[in-house]
Design a protein around this ligand. Structure first.
Ligand code: SAH
Ligand code: ZN
Ligand code: ZN
Ligand code: ZN
Ligand code: ZN
Length: 458
């Protein structure tokens, strides 16, 4: 989940505020300096697609300098004193309780009578009676029930920092759909990466009898360590594949990914949408490699099955890194997403889709919500998505019926018309070529994401 509003959601790549050029990620390099969020990533400023100026390291997780102001030029000499100070700073910027301590605290907490179970809303923390005093000036919730402890995503405030970590929680309907799909496909283990609500749904079901599915949550939101043991949650940064809990946490993940014939694993991830697709892809490849290594003899060249939940306009970026993936028409809905367009049915139209390396025909979408099976495409498509005879595929990306443009030789959005001066289709009231801000998708100047040439590559 992540930020969606057009205009307010410049990713790293478009580098708003850094002049008209872009900011390009060069990646995670060996020996990179560290901030409290693990190894920093290497970036460079670009102008018209060319590298310009000195390369520098910045925090992988926080795009807002207010959250982490780590910065270092690539060729900068850092003195021993500064290195020592930085290490000290990194240590001091870890959470006040360790995961282990939080697990112990939880054990004590559940032994308390309901009348003594408090949750501090300001500190976002379960309180033990001895701590009440310290938090006496804070707002708190009392009589915390077992049900509340089992749905931490409802108890915790969704993080709302638009740039760094906006948490968008699945609507119940979408979460239930995902879980049913996972079960119907025969999976018994789910690696939930940045998907706390899916994890929580699985966890609470797992405590019922006859429900044999397990989940491991990997997320950067450490507040979840108050509710889950080290076998259920790892504090993890998906932009640099960093396990805050070190080798022990990595081992937990590795063990979880070990599958035998009955315990098939799938990874489900719903990352923040603000760009950095290559950083995500590189971490996901490392998780896939971890899965592959777990079984001697390998998986006959298979990939770890995966659902990557992301907006449809990132399709070409994702396929660039994962050519075996395809995009499903299912619209993933969220509870706290203010930024949907309203569709003609009155229902919110979400731009968020499921990308998967599973065979599309196996992903059965709910007929009662209007999805139907296209026998030619061999996949389920949304009701408005018409099979185009010329493209020989169901071409709509956003659920509306698209139309074929003979000049562009492809299907385009219903609201577009062919513009002879731009030599492509665009909105009727567009301004021909130009816009100085970089494109949200590819970071290049000259067009907006809606007309990004990289989107039409597929
Ligand atoms: N729809 C999901 C939540 C998606 S919101 C659900 O309902 O379960 C994005 C999630 O990614 C949040 O849980 C957030 O804490 C997590 N996240 C954000 N940045 C991250 C990072 N750098 N590494 C790991 N997780 C991150
Ligand atoms: Zn408090
Ligand atoms: Zn079709
Ligand atoms: Zn067509
Ligand atoms: Zn034009």
């Amino acid at each position: 989940g992540g930020v969606m509003a057009a205009g307010s959601t410049r990713g790293w790549e478009s580098g708003r505020g850094l002049g008209s050029g872009g900011l390009v990620l060069l990646g995670l390099v060996p020996g990179a300096p560290r901030c409290p969020h693990g190894p920093a990533l290497l970036f460079v400023k670009t102008n018209q697609g060319r590298e310009e100026g000195r390369r520098f390291y910045a925090c992988s997780a926080c795009r807002d300098r207010k959250d982490c102001n780590f910065f270092q030029w690539e060729d900068e000499k850092v003195s021993e004193t500064r290195l020592a100070a930085r290490e000290e700073y990194n240590r001091n910027h870890q959470p006040s309780f360790t995961h282990r301590q939080n697990v112990e605290r939880y054990k004590d907490f559940v032994l308390l009578p309901f009348s003594k179970r408090r949750f501090c809303q300001e500190c976002q923390q379960l309180l033990l009676p001895a701590e009440w005093e310290e938090h006496s000036a804070h707002q708190f919730l009392c009589d915390i029930s077992t049900a509340q402890l089992k749905s931490p995503s409802q108890l915790l405030n969704p993080l709302e920092n638009k740039k760094t970590n906006a948490q968008y929680l699945f609507a119940d309907r979408s979460c239930q759909f995902l879980l049913d799909l996972i079960i119907d496909l025969g999976f018994r283990r789910v690696l939930s990466v940045g998907a706390p609500r899916l994890h929580e749904m699985i966890q609470s079901k797992a405590s019922q009898e006859d429900f044999r599915i397990r989940s491991l949550l990997l997320d950067i939101d450490f507040r979840y360590s108050q509710f889950y043991t080290e076998d259920e949650f790892c504090h993890y940064n998906m932009f640099n594949h960093y396990f805050f809990g070190g080798e022990a946490a990595r081992e937990t993940c590795r063990k979880f990914l070990y599958q035998d014939n009955v315990e098939r694993v799938i990874m489900v991830t719903d990352p923040p949408f603000g760009g950095l697709v290559e950083a995500l892809a590189s971490s996901f490849k490392k998780l896939m490699a971890m899965w592959k290594e777990t079984e001697k003899g390998g998986h006959n060249n298979q990939e770890m099955p995966m659902f990557w939940i992301f907006p449809y306009f990132f399709e070409s970026r994702i396929l660039e890194f994962f050519p075996s993936f395809s995009m499903m028409d299912y619209q993933v809905d969220y509870d706290n997403h203010a930024l949907y367009k309203h569709g003609k049915t009155g229902r919110r139209q979400s731009p968020v889709r499921i990308f998967t390396n599973l065979t599309p025909s196996m992903i059965v979408l709910p007929v009662e919500e209007g999805y139907r099976f296209c026998a030619i495409c061999q996949r389920y498509v949304s009701s408005g998505n018409q099979h185009c005879e010329i493209c020989n595929s169901c071409t709509s990306k956003d659920g509306r019926r698209w139309k074929h443009c003979v000049l562009c030789k492809k299907c385009v959005k219903p609201s577009w018309f062919h513009c002879n001066s731009c030599n492509c289709c665009a909105l009727q009231n567009h301004t021909c070529e130009k816009t100085d801000a970089g494109c949200f998708v590819c970071g290049k100047a000259g067009h907006k994401r809606s007309t990004c040439p990289s989107l039409s590559r597929t």
